[in-house]
Design a protein around this ligand. Structure first.
Ligand SMILES: *Cc1c(COP(=O)(O)O)cnc(C)c1O
Length: 397
């Protein structure tokens, strides 16, 4: 009898009690809008921004409606205009090119390596084509950030970091999201903190922060952004910047504050699970584990492996055999996007030339979510199932 996994790949942990109580208190007050405060009261949204800025070591923080909204706001705030070209990853999630499209700019895709990070050679070759790189740390994989920043600094390219998968991660102990001009995070249910929807944007640049505050819909109440830049920063910006409403509300902020206080512990729990799965997958013939660089502090909320050089039908067989045993894998190489889209050639609103090397990498990427509701025993079981099914298909190839 072969073992079957019975858990759910989409079930997150409950919202912590402390967060539920804080949310109930906000609802009892009726003051859900961030600028609706009693005399002397600091809104949950403001407190969240102050705390997240301190946690990340950033000067300024703005809480917004979603991660995708944070990305589009960052692009506008650094000055991207309609028709501008913006460098971004060929391997990322749809909201990333979507944010570029939201400001009527044009994505220029940069390739992906076997380590699942942006291809720095390709980046260097294309750096003269745009003034901005929207860098996605897709699936939590960090490129050599020193080398990347050196390339971008030399070419005068402004970096915006998409940290939807790297909240809590670091490169050489530098927090992900603090190396570029702007760092953007998602607080959506499947990321590292969960308020259903939500986003956070950090920066040390007063001008960018001021534009982002006005863009988010501050109705000239920017002085109440205690994690925002000083009043002087708004002097001209407040007249020149449109209001594109996308604020966060106090209810979500209340839910997020206790979760952010617990982030380091949660990241450690993800990493235990990741390590258990990785250990179980090692030495599987035909399967390549992604070795993580020593410089990287990871958050193992998902895991990837490569079936390098496999034909599509064999990969599909692995997926269906695993699914039959309860293990839900995603394949980024699938020609038809199902449930999500992660590769440049799925976004046909962009006129992108073919990238054969990236295509070969993408064709072999298999991905799995690692929710914290999995026990370590679940993780070991899942790895045994994958190992057995990859082995069974590989033997017959
Ligand atoms: C989820 C996600 C986003 C956008 O976040 P939302 O809060 O869903 O808008 C951006 N980039 C990546 C890589 C993501 O996975």
């Amino acid at each position: 009898m072969s073992e079957i996994f019975k858990g759910s790949f989409t079930q997150q942990e409950p919202i912590p009690d402390e967060a539920i109580e804080a949310a109930v208190a906000v609802m009892r007050s009726g003051r859900l809008h961030r600028y609706n405060t009693a005399p002397g009261e600091l809104a949950e949204t403001v407190l969240l921004e102050q705390e997240f800025a301190a946690q990340m070591g950033a000067k300024y923080c703005l809480a917004v409606a979603s991660g995708g909204y944070a990305l589009a706001t960052a692009l506008r705030a650094v000055g991207v205009k309609p028709g501008d070209r913006v460098l971004t990853n060929a391997f990322t999630l749809a909201p990333v090119p979507g944010a570029i499209a939201a400001v009527s700019a044009v994505p220029v895709f940069v390739g992906v390596t076997e380590a699942l990070v942006i291809d720095l050679e390709d980046l260097a070759a294309k750096a003269d084509q745009a003034d901005v790189l929207l860098l996605s740390h897709m699936r939590g994989h960090l490129a050599d950030m020193e080398a990347l920043m050196a390339i971008c600094d030399a070419a005068g390219v402004t970096v915006i970091e998409d940290c939807a998968h790297t909240m809590g991660a670091a490169w050489k102990s530098v927090a992900s999201g603090t190396q570029g001009r702007v760092g953007c995070y998602s607080c959506q249910t499947y990321k590292h903190v969960n308020s259903g929807e939500g986003g956070l944007l950090i920066t040390d640049d007063a001008e960018v922060a001021a534009r982002a505050v006005i863009l988010s819909g501050s109705y000239m109440m920017y002085e109440r952004h205690l994690a925002g830049p000083p009043k002087e920063a708004f002097e001209t910006i407040r007249y020149e910047t449109p209001n594109i409403s996308g604020r966060m509300d106090n209810l979500r902020a209340a839910i997020l504050r206790p979760q952010l206080r617990d982030l380091a512990r949660q990241c450690a729990r993800w990493n235990e699970r990741y390590a258990e799965i990785e250990k179980g997958l090692r030495d599987t013939p035909g399967l390549t584990v992604i070795d993580r660089p020593a410089e990287e502090t990871i958050v193992g909320s998902s895991i990837q492996f490569l079936l390098q050089g496999w034909d599509g039908e064999a990969v599909q067989q692995v997926l269906s055999r695993c699914l039959a045993r309860g293990v839900e894998l995603k394949w980024f190489g699938s020609a038809e996007p199902v449930g999500f889209t992660s590769r440049y050639d799925s976004w046909r609103y962009v006129d992108a030339p073919p990238m054969p090397h990236s295509d070969a990498v993408l064709a072999g990427i298999v991905d799995m979510r690692v929710p914290l509701t999995f026990t370590l025993a679940d993780c070991a079981l899942i790895a045994r199932i994958i190992k057995a099914e990859v082995g069974a298909v590989y033997e017959k190839m």
